[in-house]
Design a protein around this ligand. Structure first.
Ligand code: NOJ
Length: 555
């Protein structure tokens, strides 16, 4: 197995808008991140991923870029970014940026020009169809409306996978691809070590998606879902290879793509000469949702299923390449609320959940606040929603006379705003995030759940994450925990999840009791073999409720 710098990285994901405000506008900024680098270093992470910081109208909090070459004034300046990269480097921390190139913002100069002048070269930077006045076809975008938006009062329509303010870029156009490659090089020269690549599986569309003829519908509204037509279409790899050859490989970058790759394509995506360093796997983070009538809804799932999904994903990834274990990000709710029932949420369940994913094979990702056990926001009603996709879905339901309260219930459990509330630094005003009212409310539990108190207590989620990182980085066991083979352990009780990481030197077992009853372990644990334990007691061959233990055997 080739050793690459990013294989033993620990990534800390930052949602800049909600991390730390320093200029008193209620919005986080780059200076805030600079000020908190010591916190990240102290935790042990050595790579940060910044969600988009480019100029943007912020309709989708930066996933709608209006200028690829400049930092948004809300966050600071290009000089601030350079300073951040430098300050991070001094602490041994690398910086990844978010690359959002499936679409840009409708405020981008390219798009404005394409709208103004149909003959301009920028018109072919987008997917625009002229019709006799009707939408070209019945494709539905992810925001539950038509994927086609009329330009002004013309008969021209542009295609958008996400919201109407996010027109898709036309990757068929080599000139557009060249622009993107140049832009990536620009940031690389500023010291950016790699990219998290947004919605990259969407860049190629099927022929039918763009034709002026109806597509067979798959729901009662007569529209057709995107998935079959805009995800992982044949020919996409040609474009991705260009990025790899022109940028990723040349500069030894870490790349993590947001794309669901079926097993038969994994070799080409993350294999030896793969397109990316790694891709995000949604199989177990989206275990609790299903699509019905074009919308996502909650579904029931079991621990057994969770275990199976994790093992399946690990076995496939290990066969072909490298993984990126994660539980949370800015599109997910807080993980503890997803995987554990309300009455069982606490220190033990949070740390057990942490250990469950943290030692899987791949580069682990931690989302801001996860390391202090942040929880979902207690939403009361729709006024508190900030995520434009949620607001739009709610308003559509109200407009259509549907049960909008059902949507609200979904957002309480699953809404993206849950993880976007301000980082809870201390028990002071606005949780130490800002000295003014933040753009999104602070979770009221900040008085007791904050980084400061977590760092002061010895028995805290924060310290447990710190220990997990130390183990992954330890001179003794780090190699096994990074490069060692993964093997899922068959267990009788569903609540008992176990897996091994092994190389020629050690075999390390990770045991997690993911339930509220004591379970028997299939093997006896020698007291001196225990590397990590989230409880003070260590029964010989049992695990207490939500207990997790790492034990090592020399080979
Ligand atoms: C995925 C991003 O993670 C999400 O936040 C965003 O809304 C969409 N892509 C569109 O860019």
């Amino acid at each position: 197995m080739k050793e690459k710098w990013w294989k033993n990285a620990i990534v800390y994901q930052i949602y800049p808008k909600s991390f730390q405000d320093t200029n008193g506008d209620g919005i986080g900024d780059l200076r805030g991140i600079i000020n908190r680098l010591d916190y990240i270093k102290n935790l042990g992470a050595d790579t940060i991923w910044l969600c988009p910081i480019n100029v943007s109208p912020m309709m989708d909090n930066g996933y709608d870029i209006a200028d690829y070459y400049n930092v948004d004034p809300d966050f600071g300046t290009n000089e601030d970014l350079e300073e951040l990269v430098e300050a991070a480097k001094k602490r041994g921390i690398k910086v990844l940026m978010d690359l959002v190139v499936n679409h840009c913002s409708s405020e981008h100069a390219w798009f404005k020009e394409a709208v103004r002048d149909p003959k301009s070269k920028y018109a072919s930077y987008f997917i625009i169809e002229e019709t006799d006045g009707k939408e070209p076809n019945n494709m539905r975008c992810y925001a539950a409306a038509s994927a086609w938006e009329r330009i002004g009062d013309s008969n021209r329509f542009y295609f958008h996978s996400f919201s109407r303010e996010q027109p898709d870029l036309n990757w068929e156009n080599p000139e557009l691809r060249k622009e993107i490659i140049e832009m990536m090089k620009f940031w690389q020269k500023k010291g950016i070590a790699g990219f998290r690549i947004d919605a990259i599986g969407n860049i190629k569309k099927s022929k039918e998606a763009l034709e002026q003829k109806p597509i067979p519908t798959d729901s009662s509204d007569g529209m057709a879902s995107m998935e079959k037509h805009v995800l992982m279409q044949n020919g996409i790899e040609e474009y991705l290879r260009e990025l790899k050859e022109e940028v990723f490989d040349k500069y030894d970058m870490m790349t993590v793509a947001e794309v669901d790759v079926p097993e038969e394509k994994m070799e080409r995506f993350i294999g030896k000469d793969g397109l990316f360093s790694m891709v995000f796997d949604f199989s177990y983070t989206d275990i609790d949702i299903e699509k019905r009538n074009g919308k996502e809804w909650k579904r029931d799932w079991s621990i057994k299923e969770l275990k199976e999904k994790i093992f399946k994903s690990q076995n496939a990834i290990q066969k072909y390449g490298w993984g990126s274990p994660y539980l949370e990000n800015h599109d997910q709710p807080r993980s503890i609320d997803k995987y554990v029932s309300k009455e069982e949420i606490g220190y033990e369940s949070k740390t057990a959940l942490g250990a469950l994913y943290f030692f899987l094979r791949g580069t682990p990702f931690i989302y801001q606040g996860q390391e202090i056990g942040m929880e979902n926001y207690p939403f009361k009603d729709a006024d508190e929603l900030r995520d434009p996709f949620a607001v739009e879905r709610y308003e559509q339901s109200v407009k259509n006379g549907e049960n909008a309260e059902a949507d609200m219930e979904y957002f309480r459990a699953r809404g993206r705003d849950n993880s976007r509330t301000p980082m809870q630094w201390d028990d002071g005003a606005y949780a130490g995030f800002s000295d003014t009212e933040p753009w999104i409310p602070v979770n009221p539990n900040y008085k007791t759940m904050n980084a400061k108190s977590q760092m002061e207590e010895t028995h805290s989620v924060y310290h447990f994450y710190q220990k997990m990182i130390c183990l992954r980085k330890s001179p003794e066991y780090g190699k096994t925990l990074t490069y060692g083979d993964f093997e899922g352990i068959e267990t009788e009780k569903d609540a008992l999840i176990g897996y091994k990481r092994a190389d020629e030197k050690y075999e390390i077992s990770v045991w997690v009791n993911f339930g509220n009853e004591t379970v028997d372990l299939p093997e006896k644990l020698e007291q001196n073999s225990i590397l990590l334990n989230n409880r003070t007691e260590a029964p010989e061959s049992k695990l207490l409720p939500y207990q997790t233990i790492l034990a090592v055997k020399e080979k």
